[in-house]
Ligand binder design. Structure first.
Ligand SMILES: Nc1ncnc2c1ncn2[C@@H]1O[C@H](COP(=O)(O)OP(=O)(O)OP(=O)(O)O)[C@@H](O)[C@H]1O
Length: 511
C-alpha cells in the first residue's frame, strides 16, 4: 500500500467528526491493505510508531527537503527505513539518522512529508481511533463487529486481530479465546468523588481496598506459571515469591487478576517506588527479594479449570476466587447488599477510613452484577481516593536554573482532548527528586522536537502522575482551569499518552 493512500485517509478521518464516516473511510483503507501492511497501517493511523521511540530529535527534522512529484513510498518501505534509523547507534549516529530521514523525506510528496512530519513529532494523534478501527475492520472483512471487539479484547491488540482477519476471514476469529498463558488487557476503573457517590451509582456492591502496587495477571497451567503487568509484560522471573505462593495452591489451572505490592513487617505498604523497583528490575533478583519482599493480592478470577468466567457476574467470579485462595492472598472487602440502607452506607465509609488508616490509597467499589470488561474502563468499577491525582502528558519542559542548570525541570502538563490533541493545564517542578530530574532530562531530551533555549517542546508521550489540591479558574490556560499546588508523584511508564486523563475528567473533578 502506498503511504499516500494512508496519509489521505488519515487526513479525511481527522477532518470528519461523524463516526460512521470515519468507519467507512477506514474500512475502505483496510480493504486495500494487504496482511503485510496491517502491522504498520494500524499504528500509523493512531499516530504510533511500531518501533516505539526512534531517537529522532528536533535537529534531524530541521531544514525542508524538496518533495517528490509522484508518490512511490509504500507503508512497509517507510517502516523498514524507520527500523533502520532506530537501529543506528554509536559515534556519528545523529548524522546517520539525519541521512536516513533526508532520504525518506526526499522520496515523499508534499502531502506525505506533512504526514511523516506529524507522525514523527507526535501530532497525528486520533482520539479513540482503535475502537473506530475495530468496527471498520469488521466492515472490511464482513465480520460481526461484536466478534471483532471481543477478539481484540482477548488478543490485547487490534493489529494481531486485523492481521488474522484480513488473511483468513471471519471464521479465524474463533481462535481468539481466553487462553491460559495468553494475557488479556485488564479491566480498569472510573473515579467517584466519595463512597456515597459510588454507592448511588452502582447499587449493590463490594467495597475493596485499593492497594498501591502494580497490576498483576497470573496464569497457571500446572507447573507453568506466568505473571504479567498491566501492559502485558512478562515479569515472572523478577518475582520468585509470586511463583512460590501460586504453585502452593491446590488448583492447577487458572487466570487471576490482582496487585503485587511490597509490605513492611507490620503489614503496611512500603513506598510505591520500592514495589516499582522490584517489578522493574531484572538484576540481583534473589538479593532484591530478600531486601524488599513482595506479595501478590488477588481481587478477580477470569478462568478456573476450563471455565471462562469473564461474562459471569462479579459475585460468581469472587466466589470462585474465595474457593481457590486462602484469605491472605485475597483483597479485603466489605459487602454492601443494599446501597440504600443507612447502616450499610456507614459501614462502607468506615471501611474506607480503616483502609486509609492501614496505609492504603483508597477503595475500589464494584458492581456485584457486572461482567469483566477486559481492556475497558468499565463504569462498574469506581475508585475513591482522598488525594486527588491526575495522569497527565508532558507537552514541553523548561531548562532549569540555579541548582537545576543543565537539567530539564519545569514540566508543562496536558490533559487529553477527544480529538487526540492536548490542553495544557499548568506547569510544575515540585516533587521532582534528583533521580527523577536526571531521568526526565534524558528521556525528554530524546523526545524533543524544538528548543528555543528556554522551553523544549517534546513528543507528547510521557505520562506523569500529578497530585494537586484543587482546580482554579484561569484565563491563561485553554481549558479555563489550572491545577492548584500541582506536584509530581511519579512517572507512569505503564501508561501511554492515549491512557492519560481527559479534559472532561479534569473538569468533572470541579466541586
Ligand atoms: N481492589 C482492587 N480492584 C481493582 N484494582 C485495584 C484494586 N486495588 C488496586 N488496584 C489498582 O488500581 C488500578 C485501577 O485504577 P485505574 O483503572 O484508574 O488505573 P490507574 O489509572 O492505574 O489507577 P491509579 O492511577 O488511580 O493508580 C488497577 O489497575 C489496579 O492496579
Amino acid at each position: 500500500m502506498l503511504l499516500a493512500a494512508l496519509a489521505q485517509v488519515s487526513q479525511e478521518v481527522a477532518a470528519t467528526s461523524a463516526r460512521s464516516k470515519k468507519v467507512a473511510l477506514l474500512a475502505g483503507l483496510f480493504r486495500d491493505a494487504g496482511p503485510e501492511d496491517v502491522p504498520v497501517v494500524i499504528p500509523y493511523l493512531a499516530g504510533r510508531l511500531p518501533q516505539g521511540r526512534i531517537g529522532v530529535g528536533w535537529r534531524s527534522l530541521g531544514d525542508p527537503v524538496e518533495p517528490a512529484a509522484e508518490p512511490t513510498l509504500t507503508v512497509t518501505g517507510v517502516d523498514a527505513r524507520l527500523t533502520a534509523l532506530a537501529a543506528v547507534s554509536g559515534p556519528g549516529s545523529q548524522a546517520r539518522r539525519k541521512e536516513h530521514l533526508r532520504a525518506l523525506f526526499a522520496a515523499a510528496t508534499e502531502d506525505e512529508q506533512r504526514f511523516l512530519r506529524a507522525l514523527l513529532t507526535g501530532e497525528v494523534r486520533q482520539g479513540a481511533l482503535d475502537a473506530v478501527a475495530a468496527d471498520a475492520l469488521a466492515h472490511a472483512a464482513d465480520a460481526p463487529p461484536a466478534d471483532v471487539r471481543r477478539a481484540v479484547m482477548l488478543a490485547g491488540s487490534l493489529q494481531e486481530v486485523a492481521g488474522v482477519l484480513l488473511a483468513d476471514g471471519p471464521e479465524a476469529l474463533a481462535a481468539f479465546r481466553l487462553t491460559v498463558g495468553r494475557p488479556v488487557q485488564p479491566m480498569l476503573a472510573h473515579t467517584a468523588a466519595s463512597v456515597g457517590e459510588a454507592l448511588d451509582k452502582l447499587g449493590a456492591c463490594a467495597v475493596e481496598e485499593k492497594l498501591d502496587g502494580i497490576r498483576l495477571q497470573v496464569h497457571r497451567d500446572g507447573d507453568r506459571i506466568r505473571a504479567y503487568t498491566r501492559t502485558l509484560d512478562d515479569i515472572t522471573d523478577r518475582l520468585p515469591e509470586l511463583t512460590a505462593a501460586v504453585s502452593a495452591l491446590p488448583t492447577g489451572r487458572f487466570i487471576l487478576d490482582g496487585e503485587v505490592i511490597a509490605l513492611g513487617e507490620d503489614g503496611r505498604p512500603r513506598p510505591f517506588q520500592e514495589t516499582a523497583s522490584r517489578v522493574g528490575s531484572r538484576r540481583d533478583v534473589a538479593e532484591a527479594a530478600a531486601h524488599v519482599p513482595v506479595v501478590p493480592v488477588f481481587f478477580d478470577a477470569l478462568l478456573v479449570d476450563d471455565e471462562d468466567l469473564l461474562d459471569l457476574p462479579f459475585t460468581d467470579r469472587h466466589a470462585a476466587l474465595a474457593r481457590l485462595l486462602p484469605e491472605h492472598l485475597r483483597v479485603r472487602r466489605a459487602l454492601v447488599p443494599d446501597a440504600e440502607d443507612p447502616q450499610a452506607r456507614a459501614a462502607a465509609d468506615a471501611f474506607l477510613a480503616d483502609t486509609l488508616e492501614r496505609g492504603h490509597e483508597g477503595v475500589v467499589v464494584k458492581d456485584l452484577t457486572a461482567a469483566y470488561s477486559a481492556g475497558r474502563r468499565g463504569a462498574s468499577w469506581l475508585k475513591v481516593k482522598p488525594v486527588h491525582t491526575l495522569d497527565l502528558v508532558v507537552l514541553a519542559v523548561e531548562w532549569g536554573s540555579g541548582r537545576r542548570t543543565g537539567k530539564l525541570s519545569n514540566l508543562h502538563l496536558g490533559a487529553r482532548r477527544p480529538d487526540g490533541t492536548f490542553a495544557m493545564l499548568g506547569k510544575t517542578f515540585k516533587g521532582l527528586t534528583d533521580a527523577l530530574l536526571e531521568w526526565q532530562t534524558e528521556k525528554l531530551g530524546e523526545l524533543a522536537t524544538s528548543d528555543d533555549g528556554h522551553v523544549v517542546t517534546v513528543r507528547p508521550e510521557l505520562v506523569v502522575e500529578i497530585a494537586y489540591d484543587g482546580l482554579q479558574r484561569s484565563t491563561r490556560y485553554p481549558a479555563g482551569v489550572t491545577l492548584r499546588f500541582a506536584r509530581v508523584l511519579r512517572y507512569r511508564d505503564d501508561k501511554t499518552a492515549q491512557e492519560a486523563d481527559t479534559v472532561e475528567t479534569v473538569l468533572s473533578r470541579q466541586p
